[in-house]
Design a protein around this ligand. Sequence first.
Ligand SMILES: Nc1ncnc2c1ncn2[C@@H]1O[C@H](COP(=O)(O)OP(=O)(O)OP(=O)(O)O)[C@@H](O)[C@H]1O
Length: 265
Amino acid sequence: MIELSNLSVVFGRGTPLEKQALSGLDLAIETGSFVTVIGSNGAGKSTMLGVLAGDVIPTSGRVSIGGRDVTRITTAERAKYVARVFQDPLTGSCGALTIQENLALAAARGSRRGFGLAIGGNRRDEFRSRVAELKLGLENRMDDRMDLLSGGQRQALSLVMATLAGSEVLLLDEHTAALDPGMAEFVMELTQSLVEKHKLTTLMVTHSMRQALDYGTRTVMLHGGKVILDVVGDNRKNLTIEDLIEMFRKARGGQTLDDDALLVS
Ligand SMILES: Nc1ncnc2c1ncn2[C@@H]1O[C@H](COP(=O)(O)OP(=O)(O)OP(=O)(O)O)[C@@H](O)[C@H]1O
């Protein structure tokens, strides 16, 4: 279980640029569930993922993962529980290192075992076979630098990397938004299969309402740094994008969604 309790985040406190990004956000997520997260620009989605990953320390509130209070533990320590894939394919991997080296770094994440141990020995074969499962032919390019690859190839590898250190939680921050539609679909199918195979508790931020309803088991909508909609089970099964827009409107007391805030496709 992941529990975010009464979380508040204020950036630039006491300055003219002070911004309250989260405002007493509460969210409890069952272990193994796949939650899609939507909301307009500035709703607090990335900040919420940042708090879970340890990149953002909340101003107040509590974060627990599997019963452990992780509110104050560092990103590095938290890395053994939480993996994150970003929108920009360049963010999650190092372009100057080879595929093999990137995988070794990912496998050593959050562990006291060194990079050297991960890069040598029998993990090489394991990495190669994990990359071969992508069916992109990258297993024959293990010594190629990462920056020679396309955005989609890098994002597919980032997902494999996210599963190498045994993290229980996967955070996806618009991880298909920068890809062409074909590659985005490939990466989403890969996401689905890795989440199932590794039984990951997953939060996926997306601007696509279609994606939010097609994947996962629960959809939450954020607005003003809080959860304003939470749909799961039978209520979600037959939900259309139009229903979601109407639910947003009602939750906001009649306020409509900006046309460009969320993609209806
Ligand atoms: N490091 C920061 N310093 C100051 N303000 C920030 C910082 N990070 C986020 N914010 C502000 O906090 C608010 C919430 O931002 P956040 O990125 O969490 O929203 P979001 O829902 O992910 O938006 P988007 O869909 O546009 O990515 C925004 O007003 C943003 O400008």
